[in-house]
Design a binder for this molecule. Structure first.
Ligand code: 5RP
Length: 264
């Protein structure tokens, strides 16, 4: 692996092989999402716990201090909205010059396998990989399901992850599932990170699925709403950090969550 690629990957994946990415990119299709109306204020207290931020260039310039920033994974696909016809109809939004100008550690692009725009979004990924590999920039593929959350089963996710890896993604972000997440990870030749999806009923539920996913081979998380839409974002971030980087079990992480919450 060339120096630039290895250096960038090492900024986002820590020496223990694990990672905690904090996504605040939801506004690119959802607008001012609950608790993300002022992204700078949302992320500030969470920064000590995450290894990288997943953002668009708009939020990066408007809300992230460029001095001693966390490594940035730049969201570079978009062009659709929740009130539009089809969330899958994405294109690449950001030129390679802009990616280089922003000095990011990696870029992220969604693929919508099985959708009307499957080919278009897979080609977005492939072409982005072509451009980014020339400059040693890792591409993270996001296996998106649009509004169809029912697609979150192991068979579908394994298919989407494998295709994304085959097209050159260096990391694949997907959903955890309860019907064989190990098959998703084992069928994917590059590291897998877990997204959270819509807010879970309880905080413990989040810790449980993240812990299970880590046991089954994920290298970490890219988890947003279940952290910053929680009533207690900092305790959540701290508990998740303990699972990702300190091998905490669910009970230990939950205890940490409660302890931090009581001290707030
Ligand atoms: C939005 C994204 C998010 O980065 C991803 O879904 C993770 O966030 P959450 O945990 O809130 O689902 O790709 O398009």
């Amino acid at each position: 692996m060339d120096w630039g690629m290895e250096n960038r990957l090492s900024q986002v994946v820590q020496p223990d092989g694990h990672c905690y990415f904090l996504p605040i990119d939801h506004g690119y299709f959802q607008g001012p999402t609950r608790c993300l109306e002022k992204p700078g204020e949302t992320i500030e207290p969470l920064l000590p716990y995450c290894d990288a931020l997943f953002v668009t260039r708009g939020v990066l310039r408007a809300a992230v201090n460029p001095v001693q920033s966390k490594p940035i994974i730049l969201r570079v696909s978009g062009g659709t909205s929740v009130v539009g016809e089809d969330l899958a109809n994405e294109e690449i939004t950001t030129s390679i010059e802009e990616i280089l100008r922003l000095n990011v550690a990696a870029v992220g692009v969604s693929v919508f396998v099985g959708s009307r725009y499957e080919r278009q979004t897979l080609m977005n990924l492939a072409e982005l990989v072509n451009a980014c590999e020339d400059y040693g920039i890792p591409v993270m593929a996001v296996t998106a399901v649009g509004k169809e959350l029912v697609k979150r089963d192991a068979r579908y996710l394994a298919l989407a992850c494998r295709i994304a890896a085959e097209l050159g993604a260096r990391i694949v972000k997907t959903y955890w599932c309860d019907d064989g997440f190990d098959k998703v990870v084992n069928g994917c030749p590059v590291p897998v990170v877990m997204a959270g999806g819509p807010k879970c009923e309880t905080e413990r539920e989040v810790l449980e699925f993240v812990h299970d996913g880590m046991q089954k081979g994920a290298i970490g998380i890219n988890l947003g709403r279940n952290v910053w839409q929680s009533k207690h974002p900092v305790p959540m971030a701290r508990a998740l950090h303990a699972i990702i980087h300190a091998k905490a079990g669910v009970a230990e992480a939950y205890e940490l969550y409660q302890e931090t919450m009581q001290g707030e």
